[in-house]
Design a protein around this ligand. Structure first.
Ligand SMILES: [Zn+2]
Length: 307
């Protein structure tokens, strides 16, 4: 009698559902890779101190949850697909804190007639950062026929100007992606101090240092034998944020009168795992600890700049 129930009708359907392990199985290898033993070990060694345990525990939880959330958000981005008819290739999500996070290269775009690859995971990073802080976010989510950042005028910049005016934005954080070959984690570009006030630059540096990113000079990083994602460079000659081109940062500072800064995150600090839709798909995976730490640094930065 029991067998009859199990093998017929709804019961059989439920049973199939219960045995469908595809989701957990898909998650397990990813989480397993990210669960670097370093973090739990630090957690154990810090156990004698309640003060140390809470941040360590938060770091552990973040290194497990943030990557999966980023994967989910990035799945919304169609790198080389144009947007649906009549829709712009970017989106805006309203916030409550007067800081605007921008990711103009979240999807592929056309610069001077040629398509350029996306800065992977910058759209997801901007959205999650906005989710965590209450900031506003604008990001590219589909193929753009212009370069929202490089072109002097772009529909993206027009929309950004609208948000800045309507919501009394106090700071624009423009997020991009750089290659690991530059051998450092974060490039901060303030047009050598021209795109924001000195106190903003000081806050940015302070928040990076609090999240255990250390300063380095362009000369120092050239000598690094390999990537050190926990180093940042302020106004590296290659990443000034807009001294030689008409970036979003320059547009915000010069034309809108709003302080801004450009951030280039190395691949290791943002790409959780390359999606098969990326032109450079090769199974690349970033560092979950680094990604969580970068998110923490930006969260502090957004909160401080929104004051
Ligand atoms: Zn970019």
């Amino acid at each position: 009698m029991k067998w009859n129930i199990v093998n017929t009708g709804r019961a059989a359907g439920n049973r199939r559902e219960m045995l469908d392990w595809s989701r957990p199985l898909r998650l397990v290898p990813i989480w397993y890779d990210w669960f670097e033993l370093r973090e739990p070990r630090r957690l154990l060694s810090d156990r004698h101190s309640a003060r140390a345990t809470a941040p360590a525990f938060k770091k552990l939880v973040d290194s497990l949850t943030i990557p999966q959330r980023l994967i989910d958000l990035e799945a919304d981005v169609t790198y080389y697909e144009p947007p649906a008819d009549g829709e712009p290739p970017f989106r805006y999500e309203v916030g409550t804190l007067p800081v605007l996070i921008s990711a103009p290269h979240g999807a592929a775009h056309r610069r001077d007639g040629r398509y350029k690859q996306e800065d992977e995971y910058t759209a997801a990073f901007a959205r999650l950062l906005a989710e965590h802080t209450g900031a506003h976010a604008i990001y590219a989510h589909a193929l753009s026929e212009n370069d929202p950042n490089w072109d002097r005028k772009s529909p993206y910049k027009t929309a950004l100007a609208g948000v800045v005016g309507e919501h009394d934005i106090r700071f624009v954080i423009d997020i991009h992606g750089m290659s690991d070959r530059h051998k450092f984690g974060v490039a901060v570009g303030t047009m050598r101090g021209a795109s924001c006030r000195q106190r903003h630059e000081a806050l940015i540096v302070e928040m990076l240092r609090e999240s255990e990113f250390s300063p380095a000079t362009a000369a120092e990083v050239r000598e690094f034998p390999e990537l050190r994602w926990d180093r940042y460079v302020l106004n590296h000659s290659r990443f000034t944020g807009g001294l030689s081109s008409h970036t979003v940062t320059r547009f915000a500072a010069e034309e809108l009168g709003v302080p801004a800064a450009q951030f280039e995150l190395c691949a290791r600090l943002r790409i959780v795992q390359l999606a098969g839709t990326s032109k450079r798909y090769n199974g690349y995976r970033g560092d979950p600890t680094g990604i969580a730490r970068a998110m923490a640094a930006f969260e502090c930065m957004v909160m401080a700049l929104g004051q």
